[in-house]
Design a binder for this molecule. Structure first.
Ligand code: ARG
Length: 470
């Protein structure tokens, strides 16, 4: 049995005929699971070596199998192996090619293994790698945020609630809020790694295998920390994919919020930031336009990342134990989520690194506004008034100032004193700067707090490719 057709028909020895052409195409996963070729070959090499070590196949056969697999990997990487839908998936494509290359010895590789534990293995290896790439993408992006936060350390901007000006904050403090979100994301991905990091191989089709395999040897070879405890669970579990997709959905939600702020801030109305030309797009009809399509797309792509999570949750919800073909549907969603997240992180890192920050516009946005109203109330509190009364007085003062079309700085002391005798000359000392300086409780926007937060953040991310940056 050295020809592909033989390999195929060999697997159907209990049937009289082959599958219908439409079925062949319908069940094939090779158009997308070819991406698992590296994982599949790594897994097969470790498996073959284990079989030889256990005396289940000869050393010579194992060597033949391994060198065949290495050659196939090379063929795939050079684009020399053509994948065919009739060979269904990556496992059969590689195994069939191995038959072509080394003949019947190839048939020994699938001893003590099923495609069910094989695909579970490939998916775990893929997810583990995706997690490490994701974490490094997140780290790069965090570093970019810290760079612009540090470069604009003293910049003060209006802080918002309900998208209404609320209180002044440091621009760096705002960026550090995203840093925190991404920090939680990193930890979430690292946590999901713990459960992905379990070897399913050796579970067979569902019941375990009837050979004296050494699963720990395979686990060690492939870099897994543990082996699965239950064969049924091992072949049917896709929690690790769901966890990656859930963590990715949350990260995309964070990026999407930042995207929304970039859209707003780069508008003529805000003008807080300007996107570098390399990260902005033009309009085909309106020559003046500099559009934030990149961040809009990130906001939009968040939808499909959510969709991939919901899709797989739905696939899994009604499945009886153990393996069911339904789970083949886990792949395109995972691949799409990984690709979307990694590319979004990459493009956001560049966009943030090249962002022009217009601190003067931020300052301007607060002039003549009543963003210091809380500070005026705090001022009265410091002079002995209960906060609720102070709030009431300043509310009336704001109403008065609006009616006179004046900012706080433009009101005379007499006008102030008309609302409370506690107002004195020092009321004019209240500025956006004193406002942020005052908020010096831990976690607040005072420059002291933000400087400490920046230091802490730098320590967390470490240098690029440095030790802490895992
Ligand atoms: N392509 C299949 C998948 O992705 C591999 C496992 C097939 N197993 C089977 N019993 N049909 O799930």
């Amino acid at each position: 049995m050295t020809r592909k057709d033989d390999f195929k028909s060999h697997l159907r020895s209990r049937f009289h005929k082959g599958v219908d052409k439409t079925v062949e195409k319908y069940v094939a996963s090779i158009p997308f699971d070819w991406r698992l070729y590296k994982q599949d070959i790594d897994g097969s090499i470790a498996h073959a070596q284990m079989l030889a070590k256990q005396g289940l196949i000869s050393k010579k056969d194992a060597e033949l199998i391994v060198s065949g697999l290495v050659a196939i990997r090379d063929e795939i990487e050079k684009g020399k192996l053509e994948f065919k839908p009739e060979l269904e998936d990556i496992h059969m494509s590689i195994e069939s090619r191995l038959f072509e290359k080394i003949g019947d010895v190839a048939g020994k590789l699938h001893t003590a293994r099923s495609r069910n534990d094989q695909i579970a293995l490939d998916m775990r290896l893929f997810t583990k790698e995706a997690i490490s790439e994701t974490v490094s993408g997140l780290r790069d992006f965090q570093r970019a945020l810290l760079d612009i936060a540090e470069a604009n350390k003293a910049a003060i901007m209006p802080g918002y609630t309900h998208l209404q000006q609320a209180q002044p904050i440091l621009f760096a403090h705002h960026l550090l809020a995203y840093f925190e979100m991404l920090q939680r994301d990193v930890v979430r991905f690292q946590d999901c790694l713990k459960r992905a990091d379990v070897l399913p191989l050796g579970s067979g089709a569902l019941a375990g295998v009837a050979y004296s395999v050494d699963r720990n040897f395979v686990a060690k070879k492939l870099g897994f920390s543990d082996i699965s405890a239950n064969s049924l669970d091992a072949v049917s579990d896709r929690d690790f994919v769901l966890e990656y997709e859930a963590a990715a959905a949350i990260t995309m939600m964070h990026l999407s919020r930042l995207a929304e702020e970039m859209v707003l801030w780069s508008s003529a109305e805000f003008g807080f930031v300007e996107l570098d030309e390399a990260y902005a797009t033009s309009s085909s009809i309106m020559p003046q336009k500099k559009n934030p399509d990149v961040v809009e797309l990130a906001r939009g792509k968040t939808g499909r990342v959510y969709g991939n999570l919901m899709g797989l949750l739905t696939v899994m919800k009604g499945l009886p134990l153990a393996y069911n073909r339904d789970v083949q549907e886990d792949k395109e969603g995972l691949f799409d989520t990984v690709d979307t997240l990694l590319s979004t992180l990459e493009v956001f890192t560049g966009l943030i690194k090249t962002l022009k920050v217009n601190t003067a516009r931020m300052q301007q946005a607060m002039s003549g506004s009543y963003i210091l109203a809380t500070d005026l109330a705090d001022y009265l509190v410091r002079k002995g008034l209960p906060f609720r009364q102070a709030h009431d007085i300043v509310g009336k003062l704001v109403r008065y100032a609006i009616s006179k079309n004046k900012g706080f700085q433009e009101l005379s002391l007499d006008e102030y004193r008309g609302f409370s005798p506690l107002f004195a000359d020092d009321v004019y000392g209240i500025t956006v700067k004193t406002s942020v300086e005052a908020r010096n409780a831990a976690g607040g926007t005072a420059p002291k707090q933000v400087a400490a937060a920046l230091l802490r953040a730098r320590k967390l991310v470490g240098k690029r490719n440095g030790k802490q940056a895992n």
